[in-house]
Design a protein around this ligand. Sequence first.
Ligand SMILES: NC(=O)c1ccc[n+]([C@@H]2O[C@H](COP(=O)([O-])OP(=O)(O)OC[C@H]3O[C@@H](n4cnc5c(N)ncnc54)[C@H](O)[C@@H]3O)[C@@H](O)[C@H]2O)c1
Length: 347
Amino acid sequence: MKKVKWGIIGAGGIADRRTMPGIELAENAEIYAVMEIDMAMSEKLREKYKAAKAYDNEADLLADSEVEAVYIASPVVHHKRQAMAAADAGKHILLEKPIALTVDEGKEVIDYCKSKGILLATGFMMRYHAYHQAMKKMVEEGKMGQIVSCRAQLTCWYPDMPGNWRQAMATSGGGALMDMGVHCLDLIQYITGSKAKRAAGMTSTLTFEYEVEDSGALLIELENGAICHVESNFNIPDAAARGRLEIYGTKGSMLAEGTISQAEGGKLEVMISDDSLEYDAQQNNNNVEPIKIDVEFGNMYTKEIESFSNSILNGATVEVPAEDAVQVQNVIQSAYRATENETYERF
Ligand SMILES: NC(=O)c1ccc[n+]([C@@H]2O[C@H](COP(=O)([O-])OP(=O)(O)OC[C@H]3O[C@@H](n4cnc5c(N)ncnc54)[C@H](O)[C@@H]3O)[C@@H](O)[C@H]2O)c1
């Protein structure tokens, strides 16, 4: 099978932790070149992944005519410049979330790539989790009835690290919600097939000294009417977190734990209530046994890369277009606007 030759820009972070190991398993992709800002580190990664080339700047990687597509996983502040340079060089782009510091910059990147005929996807790889696919299918088949409520939570422990790009607005574009809440909102919208139409959000920096929020939440009404909740925190210990994803409808619920994660795994409980749905004054709710959902776990990053490589090689529709990342970012940014403008009632 023909393999897309990938160049990796910002190869030392999530690229090394997850995405490049995922590319190694892909049938239609190979790591051809890596780029890190330090040549020794770049060379080390080249060796580790048996890539042909190591570079210490994006211009040289982009000038390499063998590179067909780039995965950009650098700090967010560099995304716009690097994506536009990649488009100039004729490389297709998988650009990590958020695709730029702001919605406006994200739109500029999208328009620029379009004008150059470049395919542009984003890194919402959690859509490929086997449980998330199964949940989406159950909603589509009407097994949940009318979707009325969803909740998604992603947290981590992220203490003060002076100079860290994620902790300053000018280099990250936002804190816990922008970094992790984007996955939560994207999954809710993906699984329910319905996008946010109204949102109210709140952010705060409760625990740490940095500028961006370490705590944030959004209340969202979807186009289908469901009222949903997204929660993201940088101040909950990893050992205490469960990464919950809950979808409730008029016929049942799907309760996932540990699926909003970088590793494909976790648990999923599905309850379907086939009773006559008459009012039960006793509120008996313990007579519904969870349904077992059989899935085969894989590697979300491999599936992400295989899907986009298939778009490049065979013209398949881009499954996670950058437009989706900008739409999600716009909703997330509404929490920042609400916090800044104090559009709340105070008690
Ligand atoms: N989808 C996911 O699973 C996932 C997970 C984590 C991070 N991310 C995203 O990936 C991006 C990077 O996050 P991270 O956690 O890997 O950050 P990181 O800080 O761990 O790694 C970023 C890497 O980029 C390098 N770098 C710095 N300046 C650069 C430049 N000018 N050009 C190229 N590389 C440069 C750094 O040396 C570092 O190795 C962010 O957009 C983040 O939101 C996605």
